[in-house]
Design a protein around this ligand. Structure first.
Ligand code: C2E
Ligand code: CA
Ligand code: CA
Length: 756
C-alpha cells in the first residue's frame, strides 16, 4: 500500500513538473515570436531609413557632378568668339578656370584628336592626352564623366569631366577637366553627415566607379569581391536590378560581419549609389531593448528552472527517504519484503524465458542463538548472511529479509542440480562462520515457477516455498525442500480439514475410541484405558488423528478439541463405567502442549471432572515429554495443581525426544509411558530394551508407574513383566475401539481373567 501511494505521489508531481515545463516553453516561444516580430518591424524601418540616406547621398553627388558640368559649360560659351581656338586665348581661358576651381588639369581636345592641357603646376602639355579616347565620346554632343583613374601628371586619382564645345552650331572640340577624386568622395562623405556606414559609387556590374572609401573593401575592384560574402541569389538579384536601373536592398557578409546594403541609380552613366551599413550599427536602440528583454527572460527562466530543480530535489530526497523507510530492511540495509515483491514481479516480467525459483530460508533454532549468544550476535549473523547474498545474487535476481531470520530469494536456474549446488554453497557460508560456537543449520524451501503457471503471484510462490520449507523443518541437519505435487495435495487436504473442523466439532463428528491398558503385574486386569480421538465425517471413512492433530496443534484448534474429547470421555466414563457399576478403571486423556498454556486450563478440567462426578484418582492426563522439557517450570506447577485436584499425570512418549532421566527427579508425575520406538525391531533394539529395564527400575524407585506402549508381541509382554513394567497398551491385547466394542471387550476380558 505504501509503495503504491509513493508511486501515485510521484506521478502527480511529475505531471506538475510537466505542466510547469510546458508553461515555461510556452512563454519562451511567445517571447521569441514577439522578439522576432519586433526585429522584423525594426528591419523594415532600417531598410526605409537606409534608402532615405542613399537618396540623400545620390542627390549630393548628382548636384556636385552637375555643378562641375555647369561651370565648364559656362566656359564653352566663349567658343562663339572667333579667337577662342587661338592658343594664347585658349590657354588663358583654361588657366582662369583652373585657378577658380578644384581641377588639377584642364584642357581641350581638337577635332583631330590632338589635345592641349595645363596641369596644376600650370605646365602646358601638348600632344595626345592619355584619356583622349574616352573624352572624345563627348564630340558626339554628350557630357562625359569618367570613373576614377590615375593621373600620371598629378599623381592622384581623378575623374574627368568632358563636354562638347560648339561654335556657330558646329562642334569644334571637347573641353575637359580632371577633378581630384577626393572631391567626389568628400561630397559623398558630407552627404552622410553623422550617419554611420559607407557610401560608394559603383557601376551596374559592381565595379567601383570611384575608389571605395571603406577600410574593408578598399583596394578591391568589385563590390562582389571575394571578401564580400553574398548569397548567390542575392547577388543575381542585385545585378539584375542594377542592369535594369532599379534600386534595391541586399545583405552580405564582409569579413564575417553582416552588412546591409541599399542601392539606387545615380542617373549618371550606369552608376549606382550604394549605401552599406554593418548590421550591428542598425537599430542600436531596438537591439538594446531586445537584448535587455532577452536577458530578463533568460534570467527569469533560469530562476524558474532553479526553483523547480530545488523543489524536485527536496521532493526527491524526501521520496528517497520514504522509499528507504518503505523498502529497506533496517537491520541489513537490504531490501524488505515489499520491495522484493515489486522487484521480483518486474524481473519475472522482463525475463519470461528464464526459469526462476523462489526460496524461503531460515536458520534452524535461531531463537536459541539469540538466547545463548545474545541479540547482537544474532544480528551480526544476519548481516553476514545478507552480505553474502548481496555478493551471490545475479543481476536479474533479488533477495530480501522478510523478518527475524527469514530471507527470500528469487534465483534463476537451469535444472534441479543447479539449485542443490547453490544450496550447498549457501550452507558452506554457515559452516565457515566462526563468530559463535554453534552448528548453524540452514533450512530452505524452494518453489520452482512453472512456465505454464505464470499467473501465480510472487507472494503465492513465497507461501509455497514456505510450505516446502516446513516439510524439511523436522529433518536433522540442513534441509532443502521442494514444493511438489505431494506437498500441494497435502496442503489442499489440510485446507479442507481446517475449513471443516469447526463444523465437525459442532456436529459431533469427533468420536472417542478407547484402548485398554493391561496390568501385567496384577493377573492381567484392565488397569486403564486411553481415550483416542477419531474423526468420523458422515459418508466418509474414519480419519485417524495422525492426519489432523499436528495441524490442529499449529492452528490452535487442538485446545478446543482436547476439551471436547475430555468432556466426552468423562461423560462416557460416567455413563458406561461408573453408572453401570464396573470396577473402576483409570481413564487417560491426552492433553496437547498448547492446552496447558491457557490460564484457565486446570479450572476447566477440574470443573468437567466435577460435573460428571468422577472420583479422584480415576482420571489420568497424558502430556508429551517434549512439553515437560520446554516449559519445565510451568509444567511442574500445573502438574502439582492437577494432582491436588485428584488427577493423575503421565509423561507420554517417554524416550522419544530429548528425554532426560533427570526430569523424573524434578517432575513428580504418576506414570511414564514408554515410547513405542523402544520396542521396534531394529539394530539397537537390544540396547533399547536395556534402557527400558533401567528406566523401569528407576521409575519404580521413584514410585512412578510404567506403561509400555505399542506392544504387539507376546514375548515382549513376558519380557516387560520380568522387567517390572506395570502395564501394557498395545495391539497384542487390543486396538483402540468404539465404546460399544470396548464394553464388549471389557465383559469378555473380565470373564476370561476371572476364569483363568
Ligand atoms: P499417543 O497418545 O501416543 O497414542 C497412542 C497411539 O498409539 C494411538 O494411535 C494408538 O492407536 C497407537 N497404538 C497403540 N498400540 C499400538 C500398537 O501395538 N501398535 C501400533 N502401531 N500402534 C499402537 P492413534 O490413536 O492413531 O493416535 C495417535 C496420536 O494422536 C496419539 O498418540 C496422540 O498423540 C494423538 N491423539 C489422539 N487422540 C488425541 C486427543 O484427543 N488429543 C490429543 N492432544 N492428541 C490425541
Ligand atoms: Ca497418549
Ligand atoms: Ca504415546
Amino acid at each position: 500500500m505504501k509503495h503504491k501511494s509513493i508511486t501515485n505521489g510521484n506521478r502527480s508531481k511529475n505531471t506538475a513538473y510537466l505542466i510547469a515545463a510546458i508553461i515555461c516553453c510556452g512563454f519562451l516561444i511567445l517571447g521569441i515570436l514577439f522578439m522576432r516580430h519586433a526585429w522584423t518591424l525594426g528591419r523594415q524601418e532600417t531598410i526605409k531609413d537606409m534608402h532615405r540616406s542613399t537618396e540623400q547621398s545620390r542627390d549630393a553627388v548628382k548636384s556636385h557632378i552637375k555643378d562641375n558640368f555647369h561651370r565648364l559649360k559656362a566656359v564653352t560659351v566663349l567658343a562663339e568668339d572667333n579667337d577662342f581656338l587661338k592658343k594664347d586665348k585658349l590657354l588663358n581661358s583654361l588657366t582662369q578656370i583652373l585657378e577658380k576651381n578644384t581641377y588639377v588639369t584642364i584642357g581641350f581636345v581638337y577635332k583631330n584628336g590632338n589635345a592641349i592641357w595645363i596641369d596644376s603646376e600650370k605646365n602646358i602639355h601638348e600632344s595626345r592626352h592619355y584619356e583622349t579616347k574616352s573624352l572624345m565620346r563627348s564630340i558626339s554632343g554628350i557630357n562625359v564623366l569618367t570613373e576614377s583613374g590615375w593621373d600620371p601628371d598629378n599623381n592622384i586619382f581623378v575623374n574627368y569631366y568632358a563636354l562638347p564645345v560648339q561654335s556657330k552650331g558646329k562642334t569644334i572640340g571637347v573641353l575637359f577637366a580632371a577633378d581630384p577624386e577626393k572631391e567626389l568622395k568628400n561630397t559623398i562623405k558630407k552627404s552622410l553627415y553623422s550617419r554611420k556606414g559607407y557610401a560608394n559609387i559603383i557601376k551596374k556590374n559592381g565595379d567601383f566607379a570611384v575608389t571605395p572609401d571603406n577600410p574593408v573593401t578598399s583596394g578591391t575592384g568589385n563590390i562582389f569581391s571575394a571578401q564580400a560574402n553574398i548569397k548567390e541569389s542575392s547577388k543575381t538579384e542585385m545585378l539584375e536590378n542594377m542592369s535594369n536601373g532599379k534600386s534595391g536592398y541586399s545583405e552580405r557578409k564582409v569579413n564575417g560581419e553582416k552588412r546591409l546594403t541599399s542601392y539606387i541609380p545615380l542617373g549618371i552613366n550606369d552608376w549606382f549609389i550604394c549605401y552599406g551599413m554593418p548590421e550591428k550599427l542598425v537599430n542600436t536602440n531596438l537591439r538594446f531593448v531586445t537584448n535587455g528583454a532577452i536577458t530578463i527572460i533568460a534570467a527569469a527562466m533560469a530562476i524558474f528552472i532553479i526553483f523547480i530543480l530545488l523543489i524536485w530535489h527536496t521532493g526527491n530526497t524526501g521520496r528517497k527517504e520514504l522509499e528507504k523507510l518503505a523498502f529497506e530492511d533496517a537491520l541489513t540495509g537490504q531490501k524488505n519484503l515489499q520491495k522484493f515483491l515489486i522487484d521480483a514481479k518486474n524481473i519475472l516480467k522482463k525475463n519470461i524465458k528464464t526459469r526462476y525459483s523462489i526460496w524461503s530460508c531460515d536458520i534452524k533454532n535461531f531463537k536459541y542463538i539469540n538466547d545463548l549468544f545474545g541479540l547482537e550476535a544474532g544480528d551480526t549473523l544476519l548481516k553476514h548472511w545478507a552480505g553474502y547474498l548481496l555478493k551471490n545474487t545475479g543481476d536479474d535476481e533479488v533477495f530480501a529479509r522478510v523478518n527475524a531470520d527469514n530471507f527470500v530469494y528469487l534465483r534463476s536456474y537451469k535444472n534441479k542440480k543447479d539449485l542443490e549446488k547453490r544450496f550447498y554453497r549457501d550452507v558452506s557460508l554457515f559452516e565457515k562462520y566462526s563468530e559463535i560456537e554453534w552448528k548453524i543449520e540452514l533450512c530452505c524451501g524452494v518453489c520452482n515457477l512453472n512456465p505454464d503457471e505464470n499467473s501465480i503471484s510472487v507472494s503465492n510462490m513465497i507461501d509455497r516455498a514456505n510450505v516446502a520449507k516446513k516439510s524439511v523443518k523436522d529433518t536433522t541437519g540442513c534441509g532443502l525442500g521442494f514444493y511438489s505435487k505431494k506437498i500441494r495435495e497435502q496442503k489442499i487436504k489440510e485446507n479442507e480439514i481446517e475449513s471443516g473442523m469447526e463444523k465437525a466439532l459442532e456436529n459431533n463428528e469427533f468420536n472417542i475410541y478407547l484402548q485398554p491398558k493391561i496390568n501385567i503385574q496384577n493377573h492381567g486386569t484392565i488397569g486403564g484405558m486411553e481415550a483416542l480421538v477419531r474423526w468420523l465425517p458422515p459418508g466418509k471413512g474414519i480419519i485417524p488423528p495422525s492426519e489432523f492433530i499436528k495441524l490442529f496443534e499449529k492452528n490452535g484448534f487442538i485446545v478446543k478439541l482436547d476439551r471436547y474429547v475430555f468432556e466426552k470421555a468423562c461423560e462416557t466414563y460416567k455413563k458406561n463405567i461408573l453408572d453401570e457399576g464396573h470396577q473402576p478403571i483409570i481413564l487417560s486423556v491426552n492433553v496437547s502442549r498448547l492446552g496447558i498454556l491457557h490460564l484457565d486450563f486446570v479450572k476447566t478440567y477440574v470443573s468437567i471432572k466435577n460435573k460428571y462426578k468422577i472420583p479422584n484418582g480415576q482420571i489420568e492426563l497424558e502430556f508429551t515429554e517434549s512439553l515437560a522439557f520446554e516449559n519445565h517450570k510451568q509444567f511442574k506447577s500445573t502438574i502439582k495443581e492437577l494432582q491436588k485436584n485428584g488427577f493423575l499425570c503421565s509423561l507420554d512418549d517417554f524416550g522419544s525426544g530429548h528425554s532426560s532421566l533427570n526430569i523424573l527427579k524434578a517432575l513428580r508425575v504418576d506414570v511414564i509411558k514408554l515410547d513405542r520406538l523402544f520396542f521396534c525391531h531394529g539394530e539397537d533394539s537390544e540396547r533399547g530394551l536395556e534402557l527400558v529395564k533401567n528406566i523401569i527400575a528407576m521409575a519404580k524407585a521413584l514410585k512412578i508407574k510404567t506403561v509400555a506402549e505399542g506392544i504387539e508381541l507376546k514375548n515382549q509382554v513376558d519380557l516387560l513383566r520380568k522387567m517390572g513394567c506395570d502395564s501394557i497398551q498395545g495391539y497384542v491385547f487390543a486396538k483402540p475401539m468404539a465404546i460399544d466394542d470396548f464394553k464388549f471387550f471389557l465383559k469378555q476380558w473380565q470373564g476370561e481373567t476371572a476364569n483363568s
